[in-house]
Design a protein around this ligand. Structure first.
Ligand code: G1P
Length: 290
């Protein structure tokens, strides 16, 4: 039986140095894919999966994210005066219910595990989701919904195969067995060298986690890259709680990478009824040029 997951953590404290200068004074999570910021895709995906409480782990210079999910009086007034009813409704629809969104600060960028740990006091003793906005998934059933439907307890992570020479960018699963889309996991390693990787089945930024992960994160042990890694806490929990990967259906775009971000823009624009055709003809025009 699947277990209800009500809370989600969005780690958004990262500096986004790969997108400088765009991210010098703007959070990378506010970069738009077509016309919607990355973080909004993540929040909508969480909402579609039944998430009721949204916990953002932010840092300095990230206030644009808080403003994005807040009411904007000026905008509302101007749009209303101009009779732009649809825009007013669209902007209102992205607001969470008052009190359903919370922000905690990660004071220093000490890693993903540390970011998740910073949210511990806002998550009670219940399973919760983690969404990394950099990973954008285009799917007919949203990726987190696929995970929550399959979740029966313990730790569950979204997984996909990547070319073996790219495993060093990811958390990599050590596979014990497969049952359909579910993968039984017996270990996980953060960013191994290709020769040390247990497989090429990698974690992408969607997790449903057992709350006991906070006890492991509380040790604040440094791992790969000198950071406190979520992967290391999950590795320490193997054998204590069930651990599965889930081969999600859909296409994932690495929006933390310039080419991946560009590709996401193309793919999402092509899906749009209002833009698809014109974008396709632009692409064809450029494809003919050298
Ligand atoms: C993080 C995780 C890694 C995971 C990846 C997915 O790495 O640490 O295990 O595979 O997200 O995108 P980052 O991309 O933050 O370096």
């Amino acid at each position: 039986m699947s277990k209800r997951v009500r809370k989600a953590i969005f780690p958004v404290g990262g500096l986004g140095t790969r997108f400088l200068p765009a991210t010098k004074s703007m959070p990378k999570e506010m970069l738009p894919v077509v016309d919607k910021p990355l973080i909004q895709y993540a929040v909508e995906e969480a909402r579609a999966a039944g998430i009721e409480e949204f916990i953002f782990v932010t840092g300095r210079g990230k206030s644009a994210i808080e403003d994005h999910f807040d009411f904007s009086y000026e905008l509302d007034r101007v749009l209303s005066e101009r009779g732009r009813v649809k825009d007013v409704q669209q902007i209102k629809a992205l607001l969470p219910q008052p009190g359903d969104i919370a922000y905690v600060r990660q004071q220093e960028p000490l890693g993903l595990g540390h970011a998740v740990w910073c949210a511990r006091n806002l998550v009670d003793n219940e399973p919760f989701a983690v969404l990394l906005a950099d990973d954008l998934v285009l799917a007919s059933k949203p990726c987190l919904s696929q995970l929550t439907a399959a979740y029966t307890g313990g730790n569950l992570v979204a997984a996909m195969e990547v070319p073996p020479d790219q495993v060093s960018r990811y958390g990599v699963l050590d596979v014990a067995g497969n049952e359909g889309n579910l993968i039984k996991v017996k270990g996980i390693v953060e960013k191994p060298a290709p020769k040390d990787a247990p497989s090429n089945l990698c974690v992408i930024g969607r997790y449903v986690l057992d709350p006991s992960v906070f006890d492991h994160l509380a040790r604040l042990q440094r791992g790969a890259g000198g950071e406190i890694q979520l992967t290391d806490a999950l590795a320490a929990m193997v054998g204590q709680v069930p651990f599965h990967g889930y081969r999600f259906e859909g296409t994932r775009f690495d929006c933390g990478d310039k080419v991946g971000f560009f590709e996401a823009n193309v793919a999402f624009a092509l899906e749009r009824p209002d833009l698809g055709e014109s974008v396709r003809s632009v692409i064809q025009r450029y494809a003919k040029k050298k």
